[in-house]
Ligand binder design. Structure first.
Ligand SMILES: N[C@@H](CCC(=O)NCCCC(=O)O)C(=O)O
Length: 253
């Protein structure tokens, strides 16, 4: 039987009324099912209640999504956030160790936006908390008043690292235009991460994990958004799904 690879998608902790929920955006679920050809498995933000080696050991892939919340600054030695900043400690407690466990086991990994930032923090890197306030960097945030199609529409160009994974997936293109919905960004790049794309202002926009035995890529933009309309987005998800399928075949053989 040709089983679909099981791809974990960690949830965000979110209050709905007076009740706590674990939530994942629909576009990420469909990116896994339709873009990567996987079976999405939503992973609750239970943090240390989960044995991350046990969770990672059951996965064929791990997709770490975007989220409006910010990684808590104390996770990377950053200064306290501005009052009113949205955090999600339950998610941080889940994704940061799970990313490390997945990489240790060679589970294919795709990080998107917050997931890109979490990969950097999980491996010891740091973040700019308000990129737009750092001299030399542009404003990478979306206009929250604009329609979603505009928020997730083309925003700025990124240069692809020659010889990198993204350049190959982009058919040899030297640069592509991406969407941009983030106020935070990579400050100190973690050891073991290789830059795969950079914005015109020099902000790191994509990385891969050096020496990873399987697909291990993270991007600051949103390839899950209407991926079927964007050849690079579709190629990223296909490559991730193919790596997950390879692991499934090995794991179940
Ligand atoms: N909060 C972080 C990460 C931003 C992010 O992931 N935005 C997307 C949220 C909505 C979605 O999942 O599409 C930052 O501000 O840098």
């Amino acid at each position: 039987m040709n089983r679909k690879p099981l791809i974990g998608v960690p949830a965000c902790a979110r209050m709905m009324g007076e009740h706590p929920f674990h939530v994942v955006g629909d576009k990420y679920v469909r990116a896994v099912s339709d873009g990567a050809g996987g079976m999405p498995l939503l992973i609750p933000a239970l943090g240390t209640a989960l044995d991350m080696d046990e969770v990672a050991g059951r996965l064929d892939g791990l997709l770490v999504t975007g989220s409006p919340s910010n990684v808590e600054p104390h996770r990377y030695g950053g200064s306290p956030s501005e009052p009113g900043t949205l955090h999600d400690p339950e998610r941080d407690d889940t994704t940061l160790p799970l990313i490390r466990a997945a990489l240790e086991m060679g589970v294919p990994l795709l990080g998107i936006c917050r997931g890109f930032q979490e990969l950097n923090v999980a491996l010891g890197g740091t973040l700019h908390q308000r990129v737009h306030e750092v001299p030399g960097y542009a404003n990478h945030r979306e206009d929250k008043e604009a329609p979603l199609a505009v928020q997730y529409g083309p925003s700025h160009s990124v240069r692809l690292t020659p010889g990198g994974v993204l350049e190959k997936l982009a058919g040899g293109e030297a640069a592509v235009t991406v969407n941009s919905l983030h106020g935070q960004g990579v400050d100190r790049l973690a050891d073991g991460l290789i830059v795969e794309a950079m914005a015109e202002d020099g902000l790191v926009e994509a990385v891969r994990v050096a020496g990873a035995p399987a697909f291990a890529l993270a991007v600051q933009w949103h390839p899950e958004w209407r991926f079927w309309e964007n050849p690079l987005s579709a190629a990223i998800l296909r490559a991730f799904g193919s790596a997950a399928a390879d692991r499934a075949r090995r794991r179940l053989s």
